[in-house]
Design a protein around this ligand. Structure first.
Ligand SMILES: NC(=O)c1ccc[n+]([C@@H]2O[C@H](COP(=O)([O-])OP(=O)(O)OC[C@H]3O[C@@H](n4cnc5c(N)ncnc54)[C@H](OP(=O)(O)O)[C@@H]3O)[C@@H](O)[C@H]2O)c1
Length: 279
């Protein structure tokens, strides 16, 4: 017999909840892991750099770490079970790991494109799918997908990244509808530039000028994300710069295109190198 829907409080109580957080070795993922632990969650944080995870585990109580590469389908498939084993259940999944690459799409190496789509879209998508059986057993489950304002509207030189983040946002919309009956909340984060290692760890290319104007501290963005989770929001866009971009993306997309096209023509010739001539 179908169960009647649970009556849930308007805001989520995080204390005693169990959270799996990807990207826990730096930037937003690390800050979210710390913020969730501060609010009483048990956290399993993951990333490739084990030494960084050890530092995180020592920095707060209630945080565990497991090192691995999310582009390995076997590792990401096992993560939800590992979280449940270590923490005693799984209530919240935060997919914050990601990577970028800069350069004209026509000149891009197809391998780089595939790696960006893997880490920025396929890995979080697979992780969510693998987590669903455990999330369905939770009293108050939630999913957080960390996207980008570039998933709201594309810019030149970020082709694969924009496509991956747009796909991630689209998936968040699908999941929100499909999982409503299970009362699993889905929060998409339209993140703008933050202080992190993102721009130093680009797979290809150099940091563009537009990203350098006073990025937001990762800790502030993390508080906005966790507040969004508590308030059961479906979308969070932290900071006025990111909000302005989101507004323009929705109501003045042509203006973004015009400004971006002008900057692109003047941009670093190496970053926007034309495609090699075809034989
Ligand atoms: N920084 C920005 O301005 C900005 C703007 C918009 C959106 N975002 C998005 O925000 C999220 C967090 O980025 P961030 O700014 O915090 O960057 P970050 O400091 O570079 O953190 C990225 C995290 O992802 C992990 N990661 C990368 N590749 C991985 C892999 N193959 N397997 C496992 N873990 C992997 C990294 O850990 P290891 O290297 O130790 O594996 C690191 O913990 C990303 O999804 C990014 O796309 C960032």
């Amino acid at each position: 017999m179908p169960q009647p829907p649970r009556v849930r409080p308007r805001s989520r109580d995080l204390s005693g909840r169990c959270a799996l957080v990807t990207g826990g070795s730096s930037g937003l993922g690390r800050a979210i892991a710390m913020e969730l632990a501060r609010r009483g969650c048990g956290v399993l944080a993951t990333a490739r750099r084990a030494d960084r995870l050890d530092t995180l585990v020592r920095a707060a109580t209630g945080i565990h770490g497991v090192a691995g590469d999310l582009t390995d389908p076997d590792f990401r498939g096992r993560l939800p079970g590992m979280a449940a084993d270590r923490l005693g259940g799984l209530d919240i999944v935060v997919a914050a790991a990601g990577s970028g690459a800069i350069g004209a799409f026509g000149a891009a190496d197809p391998g780089t494109c595939a790696r960006i789509l893997d880490i920025d879209f396929l890995a979080p998508a697979d992780l969510v799918r693998a987590s669903l059986p455990l999330l369905r057993r939770s009293a108050d489950p939630g999913i957080v997908l960390v996207g980008s304002i570039l998933g709201l509207h594309p810019l030149p030189l970020h082709g694969a990244y924009c496509a991956a983040k747009a796909a991630l946002r689209s998936l968040a919309g699908t999941l929100r509808m499909e999982l409503a009956a299970d009362q699993i909340d889905v929060l998409h984060v339209g993140l703008g530039p933050i202080e992190s290692e993102f721009w130093e760890n680009l797979l290809v290319g150099r940091r563009p000028a537009w990203s350098q104007a006073r990025p937001m501290p990762a800790e502030r963005a993390a508080r906005a994300v966790v507040d969004g989770l508590i308030r059961r929001r479906s979308e969070v866009v932290p900071g006025w710069r990111a909000k302005s971009f989101a507004f323009a993306a929705r109501f003045m997309p042509g203006l973004i295109d015009a400004i971006a096209a002008r900057h692109w023509r003047r941009s670093d010739p190496l970053a926007s190198e034309p495609p090699p001539p075809q034989p």
